[in-house]
Design a protein around this ligand. Structure first.
Ligand SMILES: [Zn+2]
Length: 333
């Protein structure tokens, strides 16, 4: 989630020192991808900040609070940073404070991201159960979700769905591209999840229906439909990933306020087709899409339920679009 109001919350740093470590700096072409992640983990373990793709992560946590061990928490943070870097081709902001707050229990209890905390920097607070296991950290999505928020400008409250939709949609795709998850797993999750984003009776469009389902999954559905439509219009050469990279390249990030129109316009410009603005006009004020439209989309993408998972139809008309969405190296801008 992202908090909309500028917060007076102070970031209290404990545990790791937030020192710059120039040696751990990495760019898209500087090192083999696996070694980028290892460098991140090593710098974190040594008590330094994590530097990746033009961004610096100042991580603070009390290692003594977690029996799972400091190395696992460093690796978890590094995986998320690496996935976000892989998707966007850079880290979305030049600096971010991440504070891990110990909670009772054994779960990752989600997080909150602020664009400008008291020190003027973005801040992510993650609530982490003291008894969390390495396996739970390996399967976690919340850290990546919060880091994706760093890439999205703060839009007016009635369009909060855009911020949560992008974080919900991009997080699993970034993790597939980074080699963490299989494409099959996330298409199964999307098949299950996207239906929660469909309009219910009385829906007045994404900009006027702030329910949980429409905010998170309705926003994600907007992103999926945009991704597919951009790829159809560009001969599968560009996708939402290119549009979102274009927003970042145009100065958009959580540090700035933006109208929805300006943000989507930046994305449209990056891909050369006005799909995002067009879809906003279709879905912002009207209860779209219909359930049948979503069903038809799965068929055209070649995604069919198969027990708890999915099977792919590679002869489906949009099978190549589906493959391109999760392909590593997608995003050519
Ligand atoms: Zn969120």
């Amino acid at each position: 989630m992202r908090i909309l109001l500028r917060s007076a919350l102070a970031a209290v740093c404990v545990g790791l020192a937030a020192q710059a470590d120039a040696a751990a700096s990495a760019t898209a072409t500087a090192a083999p991808l696996a070694s980028v992640r290892e460098q991140l983990e090593a710098s974190c373990f040594a008590g330094s900040s994590l530097r990746i793709g033009g961004g610096e992560i100042l991580l603070s946590f009390d290692a003594a609070a977690y029996p799972v061990g400091k190395a696992q928490i460093c690796a978890w943070t590094a995986r998320a940073a690496f996935a976000v870097y892989t998707y966007f081709g850079r880290f979305p902001v030049s600096q971010v404070n991440i504070v891990i707050k110990p909670m009772e229990g054994d779960r990752v209890n989600g997080g909150t991201t602020w664009g400008n905390a008291d020190d003027g920097k973005p801040l992510i607070v993650i609530r982490l159960g003291r008894q969390v296991s390495a396996a739970q950290l390996e399967d976690d999505w919340a850290m990546t979700h919060e880091m994706v928020h760093l890439s999205v400008p703060a839009v007016p409250e009635n369009s909060h769905w855009l911020e949560e939709g992008i974080a919900t949609y991009v997080e699993p795709i970034a993790r597939v591209q980074a080699g963490e998850l299989s494409a099959q797993r996330i298409w199964a999750d999307m098949l299950h999840g996207m239906r929660k984003g469909l309009p219910a009776d009385g829906d007045r469009g994404l900009d006027h229906t702030p329910s949980w389902g429409r905010t998170y999954w309705g926003g994600a559905l907007f992103c999926l439909m945009a991704d597919v439509r951009i790829r159809q219009r560009t001969g599968n050469r560009k996708g939402l990933q290119d549009a979102l990279r274009g927003v970042l390249a145009g100065g958009g990030s959580i540090r700035v306020d933006s109208s929805v129109e300006a943000m989507l316009g930046l994305g449209d410009k990056a891909v050369g087709v006005p799909v995002l603005s067009e879809l906003h006009r279709e879905m912002g004020d009207a209860p779209m899409p219909a359930s049948d439209d979503l069903q038809s989309l799965w068929q055209r993408l070649g995604v069919y339920p198969d027990g708890d998972s999915v099977r792919f139809d590679e002869a489906a008309p949009l099978a190549a679009v589906r493959r391109a969405i999760t392909a590593r190296g997608a995003g050519s801008s």
